[in-house]
Design a protein around this ligand. Structure first.
Ligand code: HEC
Ligand SMILES: [Cu+2]
Length: 360
């Protein structure tokens, strides 16, 4: 499964894109193969997992139906015109007579078509406005608040729950309680990124120097894949965000765990040696919420790294082997990344991995 996982993300992208386009075109609403769904989460705009995406799907369905009607009508009219056009030879005299009853009929048909086209465009505009209103009207009392920062090329999330006063930071994986709205305020610290979780909402940009806000609600538990949708540099395609929609009790358990301090390793243990390696090699970029590690924000917060399903913004499964490869040579896995290759003696690497695995 894990091999499929890595392969699906790295090589399977084009296939999933093709599948999504085929689904949109055919309106078959065919789900991704089930193994793909469990591996990386669904990424499918015609399978809404929440009310906002459902509104957008409605608009899409209306637009598709109208465009299909126009397409068939135009093509039909062209075929009829070709079929019924008067035939002539090189010696046929040009028809220069006054328009007869037939031409009058055709003129009326053209006028009606123009009116129909204008009415169609106006109804699309109206559909757009109503959808925009419906999206803005999501009830948001007691909403969960999440501050999302886009970085090249990963997502930093800061949770603030007004109901429980919980605050914590995580990266590249959002958990949302099913049935409760989330207000996500978004910032970018470098270039323009764009958040797009097709099963939950449309796209919204993260713009340097500005704050944007998106409101969404997951109504069905599931694993939804989000993707940066604005070209933001070399690893733009490797900037995924996993959204886990949990039933409320499960979410509460997850959130409570995220607020905990990372455990202090027992003195003299290999794990403590790993912590020392972390403090020397990694702490200048990565935060862990137990002293003496600091709150660096150049890289993702690693306080609960072991609880996440993927590393490097959805690129690799969070397994010991992949983690080791990442630490030793991140730039060859994700060229351009702002994490250097780190030379470690084998024993030090094993100790570091053992320490990272305690960060649940
Ligand atoms: C110069 C800063 C820097 C140093 C030093 C550094 N990292 Fe990173 N690290 C980053 C950045 C930036 C990312 C995000 C890369 C991305 O996904 O595009 C990252 C990502 C990671 C991730 C993936 C996290 C996730 O949730 O996706 C892990 C794990 C990680 N680093 C571990 C380490 C370890 C262990 C060390 C020390 C041996 C280390 N890093 C040293 C900058 C650094
Ligand atoms: Cu991006």
């Amino acid at each position: 499964m894990s091999d499929y996982y890595a392969a699906a993300i790295i090589r399977g992208n084009a296939r999933h894109v093709a599948l999504a386009i085929a689904c949109l075109l055919l309106e078959t609403a065919a789900p991704l193969p089930s193994h793909a769904q469990t591996a990386i989460g669904a990424q499918n705009a015609v399978h809404p997992g929440g009310i906002q995406a459902a509104h957008i799907l409605q608009l899409w369905n209306g637009t598709l139906a109208l465009c299909l009607l126009v397409f068939v009508a135009v093509l039909g009219a062209c075929l009829i015109a070709v079929w019924r056009a008067p035939r002539g030879t090189g010696t046929t005299e040009p028809d220069v007579g006054a328009p007869g009853a037939r031409e009058q009929r055709l003129l009326r048909a053209v006028r009606w078509s123009a009116i129909f086209a204008a009415a169609g465009l106006i109804s699309l505009l109206a559909g757009n406005i109503f959808t925009g209103r419906a999206l803005a009207e999501l009830p948001a009392e007691n909403a969960l608040r999440i501050e999302l920062h886009g970085h090249s090329w990963w997502w930093e999330a800061r949770y603030h729950d007004p109901l429980t006063a919980q605050r914590f930071a995580t990266a590249n994986e959002l958990h949302l309680p099913v049935g409760r709205a989330a207000i996500i305020t978004m910032h970018s610290d470098d270039v323009i990124h764009s958040l797009w979780v097709p099963n939950l909402h449309g796209k919204l940009d993260l713009i340097p120097g500005r704050t944007t806000e998106i409101r969404l609600r997951a109504d069905h538990a599931g694993l939804y894949r989000g993707q940066c949708a604005e070209f933001c540099g070399l690893q733009h395609t490797m900037m995924a965000l996993l959204v886990v929609a949990d039933p409320p009790t499960e979410y509460a358990r997850w959130a409570e765990r995220q607020t905990r301090q990372a455990p202090q390793p027992p003195g003299g243990s290999i794990v403590q040696h790993g912590q020392q390696i972390f403090l020397h090699q990694c702490a200048q970029c990565h935060a862990i919420n137990t002293p003496p590690a600091g709150a660096a924000t150049i890289g993702p917060d690693l306080t609960h790294l072991a609880s996440r399903q993927t590393i490097a913004a959805g690129m690799l499964p969070n397994k010991r082997g992949y983690l080791a490869g990442w630490i030793v040579d991140a730039p060859s896995i994700k060229p351009g990344v702002q994490m250097p290759a780190i030379k470690l003696a084998p024993d030090d690497l094993q100790a570091l991995l053992a320490y990272l695995e305690t960060l649940l």
